[in-house]
Structure formats: C-alpha cells, structure tokens
Design a protein around this ligand. Structure first.
Ligand SMILES: Nc1ncnc2c1ncn2[C@@H]1O[C@H](COP(=O)(O)OP(=O)(O)O)[C@@H](O)[C@H]1O
Ligand SMILES: [Mg+2]
Length: 360
C-alpha cells in the first residue's frame, strides 16, 4: 500500500483541488454535490458513456477524461495529479480498480485502507465482530442445518449467490454452478456459508467526521445519519409475481435499484450506536473511517439488528437523496446529500489544514 507520506506530499502541492470519480454508481450525486460546494469536477468516463455523462446541466463534470476501461486509471495517475484531483471512491470504482487502488499514487477521499477490509469477507467479519455486531452464523458444509446463503469471493452485487438447506443441496448447486461456468472450484473452496437471515432489510447511510466533536460524538469525532434505503433485488423482491404464474425457481439477489424508507424512531438510537461501533472498531483495526459508510442490516421480528456487511464508502442508496433526506434535514439547514457532504468535508479539512486526516 502506498505510503501516507507520499499522498501528503502530493496534497501539499495542490492549490485548488478538484473532485473526481469514475462516471458510474453514485457519480452524478458526487459531482452535483461538489458543484454546490464550489469545486471543479472531473469525470473519468468510458467511451460509450461520454454522451450520457455530458448531458446533465447540474451534475455533469466540468471536465471528462476518457478511458477505454476504468482500470486504465492507473496509467492516468500522473495526469490526475496534474489536475489536482482528489478521487472519491464508490462501489463500481472499488470493484473495477480492485487491488490497483492500494498503490494508486493519487489522493483518495477517506482512508483507502478500509477498502481492503471491505474487499475480503473474513476481514469484514473481524471488523463487524469488533464493532459488536450480531452477524449471521457462518457454517461449514458439514454443519448446514437450515437455509443458508452461499457467497463466493469478490463483490458481485449479489450475483450468483446460492440458497442451500443441507450439504447435499450445497454439493448439487455448487457443482451445477461450476458446470455452467458461473464459479470455479476455487470459488467453492473460498465461499462463505451464512445463515439465511429473516426480517426486514435496512441500509442506514452514515458520515463520520474526525474534524469535529459535536452532536453525536464518538471517541475522536462525530457521526451523522445522512439517509437510509432498502435495495430492490432481482428477482427476489418481486418473487410473488413469478409464484403467481406457478414458477418456483431459486430467486437471485442482484441489486437493480433502491427504495427510500424510514425506520421506527425508537430504533434510531440503536442505529447510531451501531455506527459508533463501526467507527471505533475501524480506528482500532486500520486507522479509522473518515467519510461515508453504510451498515447492511436485517431487523428481525424482535426488532434486533443483524449485520451482514459494511460498505466502507458511499453507497448507491444515497442516490435517492440529492436534495437531502428525512434525516439530513435534522442536521443541516441546507439540502445535504452524501455527495455534497463529501465535498463539504474536503472544504472544511482544507481550511483547517487537515486534508491528510480525511484523504489518503
Ligand atoms: N445472511 C443473509 N441472509 C439473508 N439475506 C442476505 C444475507 N446476506 C445477504 N443477503 C441478501 O443478499 C443481498 C446481497 O448480499 P451482499 O452480501 O450485500 O452482497 P454484495 O457483497 O454483492 O453486496 C443483500 O442485499 C441481501 O438482500
Ligand atoms: Mg452488500
């Protein structure tokens, strides 16, 4: 992983930082928010999407940098630094860049170490346990004794997960998936078998700032609840339509969109404490998580939260709220999206000469 000193050295030379990201995932929101905060923006765009990303008067980046594919960013590092760019990582960005992000000699908003923890499921569980979360039970093939979700390595947006009830079903379904070329033997060896959680999904979106200790404070900073969503996954979320015509197939869990929702207010204090847990565990394990993150939860009938994942960066569910949300209204007198909050944080950190605390 690139040294923090090297990034600090680059940041010191910046006079007017620009906000940049890959044109995908939540980029329109990021550019929109950056523009509201007075930043110039740069979008890294693939050839086929130039027209689309150039078409939004309030959200198109000021400048487009064309690439054949996002992994080409590595070769553009020098040009990005010349443009005084701070990169904002999002889901697609992290997925397409993979390990190349670790050494990329360009400043990245947040702590890039946390993306390493997000990438590997075993580490993710270590983080979640340290945060004090109630996580799904993890099983071995031999101990499957009820509905489980089998997850294969890498971020797949829920693609290709299997539901199995016993080891015979595990063998049959994994062999079938190998035959179809969806997964490899190696993937099966490295899969994680999780207890299938029953309940309601909530995806609260947080922002952690180490710059000030006010409002909902943590040991070293403070936590803001920006918004909340629920994902709609194809085809599980409308499976009743298939069942209605007599189709009974295993549903897929592929993210297709997001819906807004709010939670019973009596649950919010728990949500804030979960956020604090994630922040303080992150501090102990890898030096903190400045910026946005999301805890992926299932709330059961006893109103207990089970956590199956943390996203250590902006999530696409925040796209529902370019003008702020039901929750950000309680914190800000402006229409504050997560994208705008990121830009605000860069501005505040630059003013306080603390950019290195929120950019690495
Ligand atoms: N343990 C679980 N029990 C029930 N549903 C789950 C569980 N884990 C994940 N899911 C469902 O599968 C979806 C994708 O899972 P996730 O682990 O978030 O995948 P990805 O790593 O691709 O984001 C979730 O949004 C949720 O609907
Ligand atoms: Mg997920």
């Amino acid at each position: 992983m690139i040294e923090t000193e090297e990034i600090e050295r680059i940041l010191k030379k910046y006079k007017r930082p620009k906000i940049a990201t890959c044109c995908s995932h939540s980029s329109l929101q990021i550019f929109h928010g950056a523009r509201l905060e007075g930043f110039e923006t740069l979008g890294i765009v693939t050839d086929k999407n130039v027209k689309f990303y150039g078409s939004f008067p309030n959200a198109s980046p000021d400048k487009l940098m064309k690439v054949h594919w996002f992994s080409d960013i590595v070769e553009k590092a020098e040009e990005l630094v010349k443009n005084e760019v701070i990169l904002v990582p999002h889901g697609s960005f992290v997925e397409y860049l993979g390990k190349a992000l670790d050494d990329l000699p360009v400043p990245v908003f947040g702590n890039r170490r946390c993306l390493l923890w997000e990438r590997e499921r075993d580490r993710m569980f270590e983080w979640m346990k340290r945060a004090g979360f109630d996580t799904p039970k993890v099983k071995r093939r031999e101990s499957i004794d009820g509905p489980c979700m089998v997850k294969f390595p890498g971020a797949r947006g829920g693609r290709g997960y299997l539901i199995v009830r016993d080891k015979e079903e595990f063998d049959r379904k994994t062999q079938n998936a190998i035959k179809k070329g969806f997964i490899t033997e190696e993937d099966v060896k490295n899969c994680m078998i999780q207890e299938f959680l029953i309940g309601v999904r909530f995806y609260p979106h947080y922002f952690y700032t180490p710059l000030q200790k006010q409002n909902y404070s943590t040991k070293k900073g403070s936590l803001e609840l920006m918004s909340m969503d629920r994902r709609i996954e194809s085809d599980v979320d409308e499976i009743y339509r298939a069942m209605g015509i007599g189709v009974v197939e295993d549903p897929a869990y592929v993210v297709a969109g997001n819906e807004p929702l709010v939670m019973r207010e009596s649950l919010l204090p728990k949500v804030m404490e979960m956020g604090v847990g994630a922040v303080e565990a992150a501090e102990e394990l890898f030096g903190g998580i400045p910026g946005p993150f999301c805890i992926e939860t299932i709330c059961d009938r006893d109103l207990k939260f089970r956590v199956f994942e943390i996203s250590a960066r902006i999530v696409a569910g925040t796209n529902l709220y370019p003008n702020g949300s039901q929750y950000s209204a309680f914190m800000f007198n402006e229409e504050m999206s997560t994208g705008r909050r990121i830009a605000r944080e860069i501005k505040l950190a630059a003013k306080a000469k603390r950019l290195a605390d929120v950019v690495y």
